[in-house]
Design a protein around this ligand. Structure first.
Ligand code: NAP
Ligand code: MN
Length: 265
């Protein structure tokens, strides 16, 4: 088995990474940072986002395992003290591969077309004031948005930024995209639905910039600024992210444990 490790960089995560390398060597796993089959992320959900983007260009050939050194995460669902158990599962068992949908965007600027994938979400915000955009669904005008921003999330990203905006938590078996608003202004000119919208696979939405404006685009934890975006097409990607499951940990249990605590009666 060829593997790589991405850690958060704090002492605890680095120590655990060293321990993983030891155990991996004992079990005959081969360290291959360029072409791993399994990527171990040690830290938090943010670390798994980082690991995902490190290997996004070979996403179909890689599977991710998340170990948390802080609190239980959605992607980082192995405990630090379960490392030995995890390695022994990896050495002996054939896991069930769980595959989660990804969001894709195609950005048209005045000079080029750019493509990106997100594991959690894409966020658009205005840099010099409110964001102004026309939102089309399946090539027809849907609404005129003016406000702080728009978040387009995947099902597994629905528990992150999307949830803070009042969006729904979506099971990752529902291949979809969720569009949530950040503080929309509603008047005669700009009118939005207000509630978040779930688009199924094979539908798409276009976010069309309605003026010359600088836009901050975040792809998961990565932010960049553009001054010449014409439009952004968002859809569910054909590619998915894979997680080997050596033991069941249903999504709804993770939701309950992360948001409601362990001792719910
Ligand atoms: P961060 O500021 O450390 O992340 C914010 C929190 O979101 C952390 O507690 C992180 O967990 C958690 N998180 C990440 N992915 C999640 C998921 N799929 N479900 C539930 N919680 C999740 O920054 P970061 O660690 O680089 O993560 C980037 C993410 O932060 C973005 O993708 C966005 O979803 C989120 N974010 C949220 C808000 C908001 O809720 N107001 C605003 C901006 C960004 P860990 O501590 O385990 O890393
Ligand atoms: Mn984080």
């Amino acid at each position: 088995m060829k593997y790589a490790v991405v850690d958060r960089g704090d002492e605890r995560s680095k120590e655990l990474a060293r321990r993983f390398h030891e155990l991996a060597a004992q079990n005959g796993f081969q360290l291959d940072e360029a072409k791993p089959e399994i990527v171990i992320s040690i830290g938090g959900d943010g670390t798994l986002l980082q690991a995902f983007h490190n290997y996004v260009n070979s996403i179909s050939d890689v599977a991710f395992i998340g170990i948390h050194t802080g609190h239980l995460g959605f992607y980082a669902d192995w405990n630090a003290d379960e490392l030995e158990e995890l390695v022994s599962f990896m050495a002996k068992e054939t896991p069930i591969m769980v595959r989660y949908p990804l969001a894709q965007i195609e950005i048209e600027t005045s000079t080029e077309t750019l493509n990106y994938l997100a594991l959690n979400e894409f966020t658009l915000k205005g840099v010099d004031g409110t964001l102004m955009a026309q939102i089309d669904v399946n090539d027809e005008l849907f609404e005129m948005f003016r406000g702080d921003g728009i978040v387009i999330s995947t099902p597994s990203g629905s528990t992150a930024y999307n949830k803070s905006l009042g969006g729904a938590v979506v099971h990752p078996s529902i291949e979809s995209l969720q569009i949530a608003e950040i503080a929309s202004i509603n008047n005669r000119v700009f009118r939005t639905l207000g509630s978040s919208v779930l688009l199924p696979k094979h539908h798409h939405c276009d976010i069309i910039s309605k003026k010359d404006q600088r836009i901050q685009l975040s792809i998961d934890h990565i932010s960049m600024m553009y001054s010449d975006i014409r439009s952004i097409r968002c859809s569910v990607s054909n590619r998915k992210v894979s997680f080997p499951r050596y033991r069941p940990f249903p999504f709804w249990n993770r939701v309950r444990e992360a948001f409601l605590g362990y001792d719910v009666q």
